[in-house]
Design a protein around this ligand. Structure first.
Ligand code: SAH
Length: 251
């Protein structure tokens, strides 16, 4: 059995109880060494074989899993944040399906949630935006044409960019071409929830400069949108004039 586990975005105590239990029971751990906090490996039992997937190919990862499976061992595949986002678990699950290896998935705290926490903001403010667009700037990995940053930007919704810290000039140009004024609010969150976390508030037009000035080249979430401004309507959820499933309106 292989357990795909979301490690959370940095701080080791952000892993779920289930994820931690899987680590404690694992005979083999394959972790994404580039981003997973190594503190989490301290939960592994003595004798657990530990592999860093940053140095491995898909074939090598599959071989480790296959060998563990043949010996009846339990493997944890530890991914950063939540495995469903930019984790490349799709191709690993496809290999396991082919080989008849059973697996399950334990979700984790994604860095886009970690970034909102660092910013102390809500992505979905009433009257500002009720939509979060999670995407990336096109770089070495292409993005489908229909999802070009400029066309997504045209919605004016909250935007969260992964994997884009090295592409900020292109991102700025695309976001502005899509309709964000250069002075629209933006923020860069570097290493959310890690001890060296940095939160830089800026504007769409100063994303690249801000990253440069703060020495940020990777491991950052870029956010854009009106949610970063103060000023928004209150929600119906806690409005005394509004009934919900759990509470009657006061009048
Ligand atoms: N599955 C992960 C994302 C993996 S892709 C998740 O859910 O968070 C790697 C990208 O995630 C990085 O380039 C960066 O954009 C982002 N990232 C991962 N950890 C981060 C963190 N602690 N703070 C800010 N961005 C982070």
């Amino acid at each position: 059995m292989v357990h795909i586990v979301g490690a959370g975005c940095g701080a080791p105590d952000l892993i779920t109880l289930r994820g931690k239990a899987h680590i404690e029971n694992a005979d083999v751990i394959i972790y994404a060494g580039s981003l997973v906090n190594k503190e989490l490996l301290k939960f592994a039992k003595r004798g657990c074989a530990i592999h860093d997937s940053a140095k491995m190919t898909l074939e090598e990862i599959t071989a480790v899993m296959t060998e563990a499976e043949a010996k009846g061992l339990t493997t944890v595949r530890l991914h950063t944040g939540d495995p469903s986002l930019y984790g490349a678990i799709g191709e690993q699950m496809r290999e396991m399906d082919k080989l008849g290896i059973e697996y399950d998935i334990t979700p984790g705290v994604s860095s886009f949630s970690g970034a909102a926490a660092a910013l102390k903001t809500e992505y979905t403010l009433p009257d500002v935006s009720q939509t979060v667009i999670i995407t990336r700037a096109a770089g070495k990995t292409p993005v489908p044409e229909k999802e070009a940053l400029r066309s997504l930007a045209s919605h004016g919704a909250t935007m969260v960019l992964f994997l884009s810290a090295g592409l900020l000039k292109e991102a700025e140009d695309e976001l502005i071409a899509g309709g964000y004024p250069p002075d629209a609010p933006a923020a860069i969150v570097y290493k959310a929830s890690w001890e060296d976390e940095k939160v830089c508030r800026c504007t769409v037009g100063t994303l690249q400069r801000t990253a440069q000035e703060n020495g940020i080249k990777k491991t950052a979430i870029i956010t854009v949108g009106g949610f970063l401004q103060s000023g928004f309507a209150r929600s119906h959820l806690y409005d005394p004039d509004f009934s919900t499933e759990f509470r009657e309106a006061k009048k």
